[in-house]
Design a protein around this ligand. Sequence first.
Ligand code: RFL
Ligand code: PHB
Length: 399
Amino acid sequence: MPRILENWCFLGGMKTQVAIIGAGPSGLMLNRYLALHGIESIVIENQSRDYVESRIRAGLLEAQTVDLLQEIGVGERLHQQGLEHHGIYLQLGEQKTHLDFADLIGYSVWVYGQTEVQKDLDAACDKAGQQIFYEATEVALHAIESESPSVSFVDQDGNPQRIDCAVIAGCDGFWGPSRKAIPGVEIGSFERVYPYSWLGVMANVAPSTDELIYARHEDGFAMHSMRSDKVSRLYLQVDPTDDIANWSDDRIWESLSKRMATSGWQLNTGEITEKSILAMRSFVAGKLQHGRLFLVGDAGHIVPPTGAKGLNSAANDVRFLGQGLVEFFNKSDATLLNRFEERAKETVWRVTHFSWWMTSMLHTSKNEFDNQLQISQLKHVMKNRALQVNLAENYVGIR
Ligand code: RFL
Ligand code: PHB
């Protein structure tokens, strides 16, 4: 047993090397990464498995996220069913420019829904007999500043449980308890709530585009993504105070068609299977590690989805924390683990800047001076190869 684990304090309950809070993509990617390196973990999740699997969110994966998924054994279906994209379209009114990432920087990205990533991770956990406590309540972290922290919770049958561990990974999203367990975490935390929201739509209709469209129109931003050759994912900028009840399916299709219109192009319409309004925020926690607790993914940072970075930067955290934990447990060397926050934050601030930049450039503002600056910026990107290279490098995740 590694020296570091000799000091475990075990007073009953369960014992593992890493207690992972949250069975979303961060939690399960980390679980699979650790398993690959012979490190044990137990996962605690407060929702049901069905709920976690059906949460509609991300769709766009960077090449290095795809590499990580492949490495941890969940890349097969992604490579069969995912769509490899070599660029995006930027639109300003009726002007449309294709950014060809393959030509600009020689990289591509993948379109594959987070729901599918989640199902693949769940299936891999099943196959490995991985213990996941779903529908846990009263999840609480203890003694994170000691060498033997623990997580307590009540399981779905109402039994109190405790997991003693050497490390806790807080993979419990923006609203989970992990970040709040760090004393003084609000010091040095940054938050920006944007003055617009996204109305997101899933529709059973073939995509009307071969690659994603990001459109700035005087009525607001519109975006066309997809999940397969039969399912489209679309977004509209709306006011944060708006209510989904104000948006009939007809109004949604009319607005999307108008905001993305270019001559000779037509938006296919079809059955809308899901629609909801999502707030947009940037957030970076003051600390991503404290004692034996480490924050991964949305637990430590949030970006607005315009740059498609949330899940991808979570994968980046998983890689950095995973590497640190492998050295810690398998070589009794904490050097890399102690550098987790420093390594993760470099990427976090890059994606925070890129997501803010894309968001402000593509959304309309109530301030006309801001609008003119952003239109000028977008026109410049649509014409200037150097700026296109910069956008492409950030979008595909070269850092
Ligand atoms: P998650 O997915 O929020 O998972 C956290 C898990 O923790 C659980 N949890 C608890 N568990 C135990 N005890 C508690 N007390 C708990 N409280 C919470 C939750 O139930 C949940 O299961 O965080 P994670 O794993 O860090 O993953 C982050 C990603 O989900 C997120 O960053 C992305 O979805 C963001 N995002 C996108 N990212 C991309 O990289 N590419 C995209 O194209 C992209 N598109 C998007 C997006 C997010 C969107 N929304 C909804 C904000 C599009 C949208 C519309
Ligand atoms: C999505 O497919 O849901 C998606 C893709 C790219 C984004 C945001 C969302 O920038």
